[in-house]
Write a protein that binds this ligand. Sequence first.
Ligand code: NAD
Length: 349
Amino acid sequence: MTAPWDYPDFDEHEGLHFFRDAEAGLTAIIAIHSTKLGPAAGGTRFWHYADPEAAITDALRLSRGMSFKNAMAGLPMGGGKGVVLADAGRTKTPALLAAFGRAVDSLGGRYVTAEDVGMSDADMVAISTETRHVAGLPVGQGAAGGDPGPLTALGVYLGVAAAVRRGLRRESLEGVHVAIQGVGSVGGGLARRLAADGARLTIADADGARAASLAAELGAQVVGADEILTVQADVLSPCALGAILTADSIASLAVPIVAGGANNQLATPEDGARLHARGVLYAPDYVINAGGIINVGLEYLGQGDRAEVERRIGQIPARLEQIWEESAVSGDPAAQVADRIAMRLIGRG
Ligand code: NAD
């Protein structure tokens, strides 16, 4: 058996917690990477994994990413992540969610949860019956909080515009060709904002009907999910899965810019160097996609309203600029520069 600390992604996690409630049908993991800056915050993923090792690896990678994301977003929060190991039928019951709420509560506020893939704001309400350490709850108009997707999309949109300014020397998005992989909550919101600015869009989604209906609404072109990574465009915006930037996919990219909302886009750290070597301007994922955590983070901390959330999301372009500038000066890949800054912020540099 592999000890938790021998996992390649362990990276000095402060804690890795396992929960089981047979009666409620819950098997879950909560990984806490760092609480240096505050309570470890990060959503909970509800997913059917091939085996428990895959779930542990996912929890470790995602919680480390949250440490970096929260630090770079200037939030007084550390990084953590919840993973609920769903059965093959993805059965989700009120009892299971309540049991997960108790698991979160048992950590006494060291971990704060919210939505991630497979979890909705209604699920957060169910979890909140057992713990107050939960955000992403439905809120009134003008308040911070609620579904993080649209605010993640806002940050990604601002980041794409910043990349276009730097990489293409273009102030406007009019006529800029953006290829979007995945048009769900984040990719769909991004597409609508870009279309409103007159950008030309090519989109792909594993759910063909979803892509077709958005394309009809926005006048976008649809390509197959297997084609989107090789579309010749100005920007590729990955907004679906992680680990899509590999040695192979990077070699066949036909864009000068990669800027999208998906978490963990680089399959390995070397892929950041591969993008750099190809001259691709890369927006580190956890910097550009921080809008959602800024929203739910301020909700949890009670530190401001929707206007404050938007003001902070407005700082994402400047943060990207700082990374790109340091990358240009040092010659190091943008991904590496971002990791270096984040590590310094969490006291591990
Ligand atoms: P979502 O489930 O709403 O949308 C994802 C879309 O991607 C779906 O329409 C799905 O059909 C599509 N998809 C899946 N596999 C695909 C493939 N191989 N090719 C093309 N399309 C595919 O999820 P979301 O909330 O929009 O999140 C998208 C990404 O952004 C995820 O990586 C998520 O971790 C990341 N993210 C989301 C948020 C947020 O606030 N929602 C915040 C930070 C990061």
